[in-house]
Design a protein around this ligand. Sequence first.
Ligand code: TYC
Length: 113
Amino acid sequence: MSGRDDAPGAGTGTGDSDVGLAVRPRQKTQRPPMYKVLLLNDDFTPMEFVVMVLERFFGMDSGQAYEVMLTVHKKGVAVVGVYSHEVAETKVTQVMQAAREHQHPLQCTMEKE
Ligand code: TYC
């Protein structure tokens, strides 16, 4: 009798069950997923309206807002912010509601980062 028959991992194949005890435990806490809010270009929404939306709902100053609006205008789409699911959903709803109220076809969507 060696007294080691029931040692961790003894005779159980991979024998890795006692590996890792001397190092820090694997970090298991996960960050919540984040969501990109995207603004899409169209041919009809006035530039000033898009600038207003970026200022009001995304906290941009007028210079930033104009730059981002131009990026969307030229490239077709841009990420205008990254938020938790709940906040991203609120931003999208706010933009879509403002667009509808003003009868502009502006589209705003979100996607997981
Ligand atoms: N392309 C629009 C125009 O020329 C302006 C615009 C910019 C519309 C950004 C939507 O997300 C947008 N009036």
